[in-house]
Design a protein around this ligand. Structure first.
Ligand code: GRF
Length: 224
């Protein structure tokens, strides 16, 4: 990646993870540039946050395309025109066509609110509570054709506390998602993490050439 890697962010919702990236870049703690934000929802708060930060922000409506494949082909044609080094799914709620994913292998990451491989899919906090988990958290992983199943890069753990409901647990996890995403993007932008081009999707991530288990971040850890 160049000195200031180019990021494209995909987001469907309020955009607090996008905001964490915007704030880190503005503070000079993340050497990267968000060149565009794309959403499948015109009303996504993420688009507003992007515009307020002076970042081009675009909505592309899925219903205007006959199929997922055609929607994603159009979306990623636009994204490719931005020549991103990294595509960050930050609360992007649509499945991406496997062909588009495989074509960009190792260049799309996602933040998921669970300690993968536990609790894939939706309503992860309710899933964790229903399972009686005493620990929960968030993961940043490479996006592959396997939903929420790509190689995990980094995780943040939080305790499940007595009296937690899905909302309180989600709030505690979200606080840790932001530094987790920023730190992971920082490592990727600095070229410290890469998915080997010929590796199987389940192959371990290598950090500085050393086989690396997912980075585990304690619940009280804060990044500089
Ligand atoms: C986060 O919990 C993220 O992990 C999940 O969706 C939520 C998005 O939050 N995929 P925000 O839009 O970044 O505030």
């Amino acid at each position: 990646m160049s000195d200031r890697p180019r990021l494209v962010v995909l987001a469907s919702g309020r955009g607090s993870n996008l905001q964490a990236l915007i704030d880190a870049i503005a503070a000079g703690t993340l050497a990267a540039r968000i060149v565009a934000v794309y959403s499948d929802r015109r009303d996504a708060g993420a688009l507003q946050r992007a515009r307020e930060a002076g970042i081009p922000a675009h909505a592309l409506a899925p219903r205007q395309y006959p199929s997922r494949a055609e929607y994603d082909a159009a979306l990623f044609a636009r994204i490719d025109a931005e020549t991103p080094d990294l595509i960050v799914c930050a609360g992007y709620m649509r499945l991406i066509d496997p062909r588009e994913v495989e074509f960009r292998r190792g260049r799309i990451i996602n933040i998921h609110p669970s300690l993968l491989p536990a609790f894939k899919g939706l309503r992860t906090h309710a899933q964790a509570l229903a399972a009686g988990a005493c620990e929960h958290g968030a993961s940043v992983h490479y996006v592959t054709a396997d939903l929420d199943g790509g190689p995990v890069i980094a995780q943040a753990r939080v305790p499940v506390l007595p009296g937690d409901d899905a909302e309180t647990l989600a709030g505690r996890v979200l606080e840790h998602e932001h530094p987790l995403l920023v730190e992971t993007v920082r490592w990727l932008a600095a070229g410290r993490i890469a998915l080997p081009a010929d590796a199987a999707p389940e192959a371990p991530i290598h950090v500085d050439g050393v086989p690396h288990a997912p980075l585990q971040l304690a619940s009280n850890q804060r990044f500089a």
